[in-house]
Write a protein that binds this ligand. Structure first.
Ligand code: S3P
Length: 750
């Protein structure tokens, strides 16, 4: 049994008197066992044409009663009872004819066939229409073993069951079938029979055909079986499913003929392209196919198990930070998150090959990378921060097969909303729990004014459903909030819009998008505080190096400032004037920070930064620095807690809608550690004091987690920080880096 799943098969309230299973194989037997375990029905009856199967079902306790005669068994049933037809697909019409003749219309009827269009067709032929009592269903579970002897009550736990009700289906019968499967531990979803058959043709039926076909081709005659002697794990993994039941698969291939032929033709075409690349010795094309496939396979695992993109950290981890220490050394922080996102976006939409160095291999930027792979862009890497992006041009993206999953990344979602609003295809953008709570109207409303159609939830939160094929037009828009994400989103939409897009901002925000657009040769001008761009241009590939992330550096700037004896150099940090608010704020508090070796990379200013311990004093943070330090406040609040006197922040209500409510999360943690911190609607007041020990919650927010880790440098006792795995979104190497500087940070699963 799957670990921890036993609770799913506990006794349940009764659903009906009798459950009749027609066909006592693996599926039918397993469902019978689950129903008996949960006591869902007073009696579980089994029918099979084979007396031996019935006898085995009885002796192994799979069923309560054997019914050798199907008509008699059906005639016994009444409203509330359920018949589940578990026979091979091609035998189903004959069984349905008997059901029609002998079962009352109040009895619920369902099936488990792997093809649903053929079940609906059979129902129409037998009944002259789909009867309200019929709820076609398909549990996506199985095994290469077959027969009642292989039945397991746990077979369906955590498996998907797809129901394909029709307009004619009665909601009461549908609810009963749903209840049956849910009590067996399955996750139930609904779709149309056509969608079901197309999805299954691609994800299940095609792979089975390939496995059967490959083994048959290679076996091709008795003497060839010898070659299997040399076949290793790859062959075994790939062909495992060729051990499945041949009759069942013959039936499925015939029943789902149309959808399967489509899938086979599509695949044959792709195989032809692979063949051609091998014939032409085209290593680039091959590398592209393999890279894309490898990434898609990894993404599949991520989606299936809701795993992070990186396996560095346990899913929920706690940091324990021992008190004291100082920061001495010479380090580099990872690449800038904002610029990494944009490098993928513009590299993908450019014409030609873009090479990127210093790309941040964190969850957020990897989510963007995956999204573009899902839209058909070949991206090699990342390999130690190096990427090769084979740009497809502004019109070259392909419709992804499913929703684009963007994890925790607000930047990915908001910027992609702009990029995709004018594409010819429909696309849905989804994210994790935190991203699903974040406000999106700030982008969907101005995009709608440009002609886009994007649906959100009623609360204005994700998922975003973007309608394809909308013609966009430029807009003149005054951003109501200082947001680089909104600005970038609209500039990206402007690339595909007719006419000019002209934007003004209430306060300057990070200008990476503007700089990078120009780096990719896209004209853009600034006029009287407005940013103006005309649609219809082209992006030309270029090479770029991503600067170190000043938002990651901020933890060390604060740590070095608060820990006596610190003397730390940070190399190659991005010091774009729209991002360097943290340096100005810390200096105003008395910090000893020196910026030197100033130069430029990829149109972005960078520098080395030296920070040494200095006593800090509380200040009123100047309004004009808020937007330029928006991501650095969690770290700055720790500086404030260690400063002499009070620090006051105003005009920062945006902090309440970041990955967490950062004002509340930080205030709660600081208070726990003994600091006087008073949250206000748009900021906070922090009284400098002594940081004690305690347990704080990061609220799943990477920057809150890292801020409290750095607080350990000045704490009087151990700080434990809960829920830290999200540090991987922006700074996966953070724990290792702080340890290398002498901080005692240990990580454990929660
Ligand atoms: C970002 C902009 C900022 C910032 C975020 C990244 C970007 O958000 O907080 O982490 O890359 O454009 P807002 O522009 O919404 O303030």
């Amino acid at each position: 049994m799957a670990a921890g799943s036993g609770a799913l098969l506990q006794p349940r309230p009764r659903l009906g008197e009798r459950l009749l299973i027609v066909g006592l194989g693996l599926m039918g037997g397993s469902l019978a066992l689950a129903a008996r375990r949960t006591g869902l029905f007073a009696q579980v009856i089994g029918h099979s044409r084979s007396a031996a199967t019935l006898a085995q079902g009885l002796s192994e306790g799979v069923i309560d009663r054997a019914a050798p005669e199907l008509p008699a068994a059906l005639a016994e049933l009444a409203a509330g009872d359920v018949v589940v037809i578990c026979v091979p697909t091609l035998s189903l019409p004959a069984v349905l004819a008997v059901v029609r003749e002998h079962a009352e219309p109040e009895v619920t009827v369902t099936d488990v066939a792997s093809v649903k269009g053929s079940v609906v067709a059979a129902a129409r032929a037998v009944y002259g229409g789909v009867p309200p009592q019929l709820v076609p269903g398909h549990p996506i579970a199985g095994s290469e073993k077959s027969g009642v002897g292989a039945a397991r009550a746990e077979l369906f736990i955590h498996h998907e069951v797809i129901l394909t009700p029709l307009a004619e289906t009665d909601p009461g019968h549908l609810a009963r079938v749903r209840g049956l499967w849910e009590s067996a531990g399955a996750r139930v979803s609904e779709m149309t029979p056509q969608d079901h058959d197309a999805v299954l043709a691609a994800t299940s039926h095609l792979p089975h055909m390939l496995a059967f076909g490959l083994v048959d081709a290679l076996a091709g005659g008795a003497q060839n079986r010898e070659i299997f002697r040399y076949a290793a794990g790859g062959f075994r993994d790939f062909t495992r499913i060729a051990g499945s039941d041949p009759v069942m698969w013959r039936d499925i291939a015939l029943a789902n003929r149309e959808a399967l032929l489509k899938a086979l033709d599509y695949f044959t075409g792709r195989l032809g392209a692979l063949r051609a690349a091998i014939a032409a010795q085209d290593g680039d094309v091959l590398a592209g196919i393999f890279t894309r496939a490898q990434a898609a396979r990894r993404h599949f695992e991520v989606m299936q198990e809701s795993k992070p993109y990186m396996n560095a950290a346990p899913r929920r981890s706690t940091y324990r930070v021992a008190p004291g220490g100082r920061l001495v050394g010479d380090i580099r922080v990872p690449g800038d998150k904002s610029i990494s996102h944009r490098s993928i976006m513009l590299g993908s939409l450019a014409e030609g090959v873009t090479r990127v160095l210093g790309f941040l291999e964190g969850e957020d930027s990897l989510a963007t990378l995956q999204a573009f792979r899902d839209m058909g862009v070949v991206i090699e890497g990342p390999d130690h921060g190096a990427l090769v992006i084979h740009g497809v041009g502004l019109n070259g993206l392909k419709r992804p097969v499913g929703p684009l999953y963007l994890g925790n990344s607000g930047t990915s979602m908001r910027l992609l909303a702009g990029l995709l609003a004018g594409q010819p295809f429909d696309v849905t953008l989804t994210g994790d729990e935190s991203l699903s709570r974040r406000p999106m109207r700030r982008v969907t409303e101005p995009l709608a004014a440009m002609g886009a159609a994007i649906a959100t939830t009623e609360a204005g939160t994700p998922p975003l459903r973007i309608e394809g094929g909308r013609a966009l037009h430029g807009i003149r828009y005054d951003l109501p909030i200082a947001s680089a994400q909104v600005k970038s989103c609209l500039l990206f939409a402007g690339l595909r819009a007719a006419g000019e897009t002209s934007l003004s901002e209430p306060a300057p925000t990070r200008d990476h998008t503007e700089r990078m657009l120009q780096g990719f040769g896209y004209p853009l001008r600034r006029e009287g505080g407005r940013i103006i761009l005309a649609g219809g241009g082209r992006l030309t590939a270029c090479d770029l190096r991503v600067p170190g992330d000043i938002s990651s550096a901020a933890f060390f700037l604060v740590g070095g400032s608060i820990a006596p004896g610190s003397d730390l150099v940070l190399r190659g940090v991005g010091v774009n004037p729209t991002r360097d608010g943290v340096i100005h704020i810390l200096r105003a508090m008395g910090a000893d920070i020196e910026v030197f070796n100033r130069t430029e990379t990829g149109g972005e200013p960078i520098a080395d930064i030296r920070v040494r311990y200095a006593p800090l004093r509380g200040i009123e943070i100047p309004d004009h620095l808020v937007a330029n330090a928006i991501d650095e406040f969690p770290a700055l609040f720790i500086a404030a807690a260690c400063a002499q006197g009070e620090t006051v922040l105003r005009g920062a209500e945006e902090l309440r809608v970041k990955e967490s409510d950062r004002i509340q999360a930080m205030a709660d943690g600081l208070i726990r550690l003994g600091i006087v911190a008073v949250p206000t609607p748009d900021g906070i007041r922090i009284q400098g004091g002594t940081l004690g020990s305690g347990i704080v919650d990061s609220c799943g927010d990477h920057r809150v987690a890292m801020a409290f880790a750095i607080a350990g440098l000045r704490a009087t006792g151990e700080i434990r920080i809960r829920d830290c795995s999200n540090v991987a979104t922006s700074f996966p190497s953070f724990p290792a880096l702080v340890r290398s500087l002498g901080l005692t940070l240990t990580e454990s699963g929660e």
